[in-house]
Design a protein around this ligand. Structure first.
Ligand SMILES: Nc1nc2c(ncn2[C@@H]2O[C@H](COP(=O)(O)OP(=O)(O)OP(=O)(O)O)[C@@H](O)[C@H]2O)c(=O)[nH]1
Ligand SMILES: [Mg+2]
Length: 608
């Protein structure tokens, strides 16, 4: 059949719905804007006490003030339901944005009125334009004293043009906002208005979902959730047909197989709540219970006429880390889940929920290769597992290379550093040996500079803590995957060795004092250590086995115990990220719900 003979399908519209995602660089105010949208849609009662950035509901999101997972909510404005998806701005969670864009017809691109478009703005906008979505631009934080909204808007136009936006996409509406106060205006010198103006523009500009009325059920699964009462929930958007409670459906799996199941409950969204409904229609974003064995990117279809939608594609992981069973002497004392079976189950469960994570078995049954987008993404997974009661060991992160036309290539990153001018030299010197190439510098005013480098991802492992140290905590770093390039050659590892405990025991202040001149200690008197545990950083390049449990020899003199009087420098306690950055190829980070410890892979000095 040629195209000419196919009868044109008359598409119908769901004029009562709009589906939009909010996208931006880190911290430009997405979650804050969703707060204001929820408040002004009247979802919360007047006296209801609601947290700030209420969509950041995961503990780690609240603690770190960042969004990790995309989440959806819905508001109703004058009879039109606006489904809104809040997305994370950090590059490591870019997969969340990619899967989310499959749900929506339009995006609100937020840009900080002072910072302007940044690398992740470019990444998320390029994905949105590629997907043919309708953009609205919101210049946010116009209340900042260093706001430069007109310039920023020009930069946004440049970015759209650079990314090959179509004529229609370039014709985007613009709002100037203060998301914190929940106000917006159409003209820079215009009056502040409530967000109703934004809601109206969304309804006017973002196309309503369209569908073929003769299509059987097609529900694209974009995330998985869990409910204590009904169990696993699949979340997604209906592209064709309808679904109702009790209906028998079939899951079209990515591998081509099909599995039948029965819909037990259907939920729609309202504010932060899920509301049970009996049926749902094209364009609706819903959660469905009762579906067995399903993964993100698969389609729920009509039993009689299964027509799967194209699967969701996300960018490939660039970094991997080995997660293995904790076999340290202290294993099993601090966690609930320690076996390789439990570890495997948990990791595979993660890969079901998290499209940007890939798990592979390795040559040993106790060890798994976990691949993701960056150190932050992997460390968030580790932190989550630790809080759930898991114990595990982590190996040094490795980049995932590729062979292209017979030549070894490695992942590259765009690194952006904002720092005071006086540190520009220091920062550049740090990146030289890491094979970083400076591609752009911008004066930001008030004595700060923005430097952009192209660096092999390998060279950036461990960079964050070093940069903070050499710039006295003043540098702001952001990184973004920037494709692959031929292998850039050797990059020297950390130039210091490790101080390693040569026996089990309790750390003494006498030993700490004696070893202080050797390097930086990670332990304090009273800590219990085991043989092979790394207790500090040696000033010299080689490792040094030391007795950190040594007691002062007792003499007959009863001087006021010298041991009590030594003034010790406080130990440098590493955070999880720092620990991951610190270790070398023959070292591991031991993670338990109570502690992180660094260790040599081979605990006994004779085996190293
Ligand atoms: N001055 C000012 N601050 C704002 C405004 N909107 C948001 N903020 C602040 O900016 C910070 C980041 O806001 P979030 O809403 O968490 O940013 P986000 O884009 O969701 O961040 P990620 O999800 O981590 O990418 C918070 O401290 C907000 O209070 C605004 O209009 N003006
Ligand atoms: Mg957020």
């Amino acid at each position: 059949m040629t195209a000419a003979t196919v009868a044109p399908v008359e598409l119908e519209e769901r004029t009562d719905i709009r589906n939009v995602a909010i996208i931006a660089h880190v911290d430009h105010g997405k979650t804050t804007l969703v707060d204001a949208m929820l408040w002004q849609s009247g979802i919360f009662g007047e006296h209801e006490s609601v947290n700030e950035r209420v969509m950041d509901s995961i503990d780690l999101e609240r603690e770190r003030g960042i969004t990790i997972m995309a989440k959806n909510t819905a508001i109703v404005y004058r009879g039109t339901r606006i489904n809104v998806v809040d997305t994370p701005g950090h590059a490591d969670f870019g997969g969340e944005v990619e899967r989310t864009l499959a749900l929506v017809d339009g995006v609100l691109l937020l840009v900080d009125a002072s910072e302007g478009p940044l690398p992740q703005t470019r990444f998320v906008l390029s994905k949105a334009l590629e997907a043919g979505l309708t953009p609205l631009v919101l210049i946010n934080k116009i209340d900042r004293s260093d706001a430069r909204p007109s310039e920023v808007l020009d930069l946004v136009y440049d970015l759209f043009i650079d990314l090959g936006a179509s004529e229609e996409q370039l014709d985007f509406p613009v709002f100037y906002c203060n998301a914190r106060r929940g106000v917006c205006r159409r003209e820079l010198d215009g009056e502040d208005q409530p967000l109703a103006a934004l809601f109206e523009e969304i309804i006017a500009t973002v196309p309503p979902p369209t569908y073929d009325p003769s299509s059987p059920l097609q529900l694209l699964v974009t995330s998985l959730d869990y409910d204590d009462y009904v169990g696993r929930l699949v979340v997604g958007r209906i592209f064709g047909g309808s679904i109702e409670k009790g209906q028998r459906v079939v899951t079209c799996k990515l591998d081509g197989s099909m599995i039948a199941s029965k819909v037990t409950v259907i939920y729609s969204y309202k504010g932060l709540q899920r509301i049970e409904v009996n049926e749902a229609h094209p364009g609706d974003i819903i959660a469905v219970a009762g579906i067995e064995d399903v993964a993100i990117g698969e389609t729920l279809c009509d039993l009689g006429s299964p027509r799967p939608l194209p699967p969701i594609r996300v960018e490939e992981p660039t970094l991997s880390m080995r997660f293995s069973v904790n076999d340290s002497p202290a294993a099993g004392k601090e966690g609930r889940y320690v076996t390789s079976r439990k570890l495997r189950e948990r990791l595979y469960k993660e890969s079901l929920h998290n499209v940007a994570i890939r798990i592979d078995d390795t040559e040993t049954p106790d060890c798994f290769e976990v691949a993701g987008r960056g150190e932050l993404q992997l460390s968030i997974l580790v932190e989550t597992m630790r809080r759930e009661g898991y114990e595990l060991c982590l190996g040094k992160p490795q980049v995932l290379t590729r062979t292209i036309d017979g030549i070894l290539h490695e992942p590259m990153e765009l690194l952006m550093v904002d720092c005071p001018e006086e540190y520009v030299g220091t920062v550049s010197r740090q990146l030289g040996p890491r094979k970083g190439r400076m591609i752009e510098t911008t004066h930001l005013g008030s004595g700060r500079m923005r430097l952009e480098f192209k660096v092999p991802a390998r060279g950036l492992i461990g960079i964050r803590s070093q940069f903070l140290e050499v710039t006295r905590g003043t540098a702001i770093l952001f990184r973004l995957s920037a494709g692959y390039a031929p292998w850039c050659g050797d990059i020297p590892e950390r130039s210091t060795g490790s101080l390693v405990a040569d026996r089990v025991g309790r750390v003494t202040s006498f030993a700490c004092d004696r070893l202080a001149s050797r390097g930086v200690l990670h332990v304090a008197p009273g800590d219990v250590v085991y043989q092979g545990q790394i207790i500090g950083e040696n000033n010299r390049p080689s490792d040094l086995d030391v007795n950190i449990t040594k007691e002062k020899k007792l003499t007959n003199m009863r001087a006021a115990s010298a041991d009590d009087m030594v003034k010790l420098t406080p130990p440098r306690r590493l955070s999880l990220e720092e620990a991951i950055e610190f270790i070398r190829g023959d070292e591991l980070v031991e993670v338990t719900p109570k502690a992180f410890r660094l260790r040599k892979k081979a605990l006994h000095p004779g085996q190293r």
